[in-house]
Design a protein around this ligand. Structure first.
Ligand SMILES: Cc1cc2nc3c(=O)[nH]c(=O)nc-3n(C[C@H](O)[C@H](O)[C@H](O)COP(=O)(O)OP(=O)(O)OC[C@H]3O[C@@H](n4cnc5c(N)ncnc54)[C@H](O)[C@@H]3O)c2cc1C
Ligand code: SF4
Length: 404
């Protein structure tokens, strides 16, 4: 590990000023990602500015009924927070689907959003990687890319963003508050992370020395249901092959609102706006869910080793929406895959329903090895039953996991 200077500031402005004077410096949150990358010689900051005591470690209610999450709130505290568990159970489930209890105790909300890709070449300084060393090439395209992106990638980089928390927050329309060299700003989380384009070395739109101070969640409308479903190789301690965070509001069989975000498929948490537009205002049916998922994935450009993610993502979207719709589904054959009703609205209010996390075993990697109901969503639901890809899917895999 290379030598570095450890600094603390008295306040946020002081920390920002310290990094402004250190072009190679970095903020230090829990260190669970940054310090690992320093040990691997991937990250080489000469100054670390510890920000854990500078930003809030509390979750506070906002006047509009939303919540403000301080950037220093540990992931474990956030998952256990009563307001989060009752109002945004999907977020709690997503957090508990990530890493381990010990890691979550250290990891901060700000650091979680800015964790780096787990692409194996990014973490190996002996290989070519445009993200680590711009212009050196991308080893993953011809190499190991099973875990990498199918949407929004570029010839320069096919990495994925690894955070579970960020996927749930994108579906919740979170807004990131920052304080940087040019002052304070609010950034919708869906716009924080970048697609790789020709500059995969930039993960986000943040400037050097711009500190995340908090993350705001808008209030949840009443009577909506939400869920986070994570499909991975092992039941714990594994990053998502595909994950889906979804919020669904159905009234009299019609979809009043739906918000869907995907993890494990792109350089950023992927907001499935095409599927959302296709669904809002129409009836809730498995046929329409599948049609919307296929529309969202129409532009997917998988590589040979991760083509399985396209049907996996489709099936996981469908299954998640079927779970959420439950008994509100219209009977098979009564709703076509038609377009959305343009008059649909996104109503306001509070108090969602249950959400939970699920994991999948080895079957997840088999693109077509699906259950009949996964191939034909109309044949599934409503019923508590196995997940899309794997009959052994265990919704209670994490004993700490909230079950909404
Ligand atoms: C074995 C293992 C398994 C894991 N599994 C999962 C998983 O399944 N799902 C998942 O989502 N995550 C997983 N993680 C990742 C873990 O969630 C992250 O390491 C953690 O959330 C990072 O938070 P941190 O506070 O430790 O960040 P740090 O490591 O301190 O920082 C990460 C980055 O954020 C920057 N930073 C930190 N705080 C701020 C701030 N306030 N403002 C601006 N920049 C800041 C740092 O400079 C650095 O670039 C895993 C990690 C490990 C080691
Ligand atoms: S996918 Fe991105 S992070 Fe991975 S080797 Fe290619 S450039 Fe590097």
């Amino acid at each position: 590990m290379r030598p570095f200077r450890y600094e603390r500031a008295d306040d946020v402005a002081g920390a920002v000023a310290l990094l402004a004077r250190a072009p190679q410096g970095a903020f230090l949150g829990g260190g669970t990602n940054l310090v690992d990358l320093m040990r691997l010689d991937v990250a080489r900051p000469d100054v670390l500015v510890d920000v854990r005591r500078l930003t809030s470690d509390q979750v506070e209610e906002l006047p509009d009924g939303g919540v403000r999450i301080g950037a220093a709130v540990p992931n474990s505290d956030l998952a256990a927070n009563t307001m989060i568990r009752t109002r945004y159970p999907m977020l709690s489930a997503a957090l508990l689907a990530g890493a381990s209890g010990q890691l979550r105790n250290l990891a901060t909300s700000g650091g979680n959003l800015l964790q780096r890709t787990r692409c194996v070449y990014f973490q190996n300084v002996t290989t070519a990687c445009n993200k680590r060393q711009p212009g050196s090439g991308c080893s993953a395209i011809e190499g190991h890319h099973r875990d990498l992106a199918i949407l929004g990638s570029s010839p320069a980089c096919v990495a994925t963003h690894p955070s579970d928390m960020a996927v749930a927050m994108v579906a919740l329309d979170a807004v990131v508050q920052t304080h940087g060299p040019n002052g304070e700003r609010s950034i919708p989380l869906a716009q924080l992370h970048r697609l790789p384009g020709q500059e995969p070395e930039h993960d986000t739109v943040l400037e050097h020395g711009e500190l995340i101070t908090a993350i705001d969640l808008p209030p949840m409308p009443p009577n909506v249901r939400s869920r986070y479903r994570k499909v991975r190789d092992r039941a714990s301690y594994a990053f998502a092959l595909v994950s889906v965070a979804a919020v669904l509001d159905i009234s009299e069989g019609m979809i009043r609102d739906v918000r869907i975000a995907l993890g494990g498929v792109a350089h950023k948490p992927w907001r499935a706006t095409v599927a959302e537009r296709s669904l809002i205002g129409g009836p809730a049916s498995g046929e329409r869910f599948r049609h919307a998922a296929e529309e969202e994935l129409a532009d997917a450009q998988p590589l040979p080793g991760n083509a399985f993610k396209v049907p996996l993502a489709r099936n996981t979207i469908v299954r998640t929406l079927l779970d959420l719709a439950g008994s509100s589904l219209v009977p098979p054959g009564t709703a076509g895959p038609g377009p959305a009703n343009p008059g649909a609205t996104r109503p306001e209010a509070t108090n969602p329903e249950a959400a939970h996390q699920e994991t999948a075993g080895p079957g997840a990697a088999d693109p077509e090895g699906v259950h009949p109901e996964a191939a034909n969503p109309e044949a599934a639901r409503p019923a508590p039953d196995p997940a899309v890809m794997d009959p052994e899917m265990d919704p209670g895999a994490d004993p700490e996991g909230p079950r909404g």
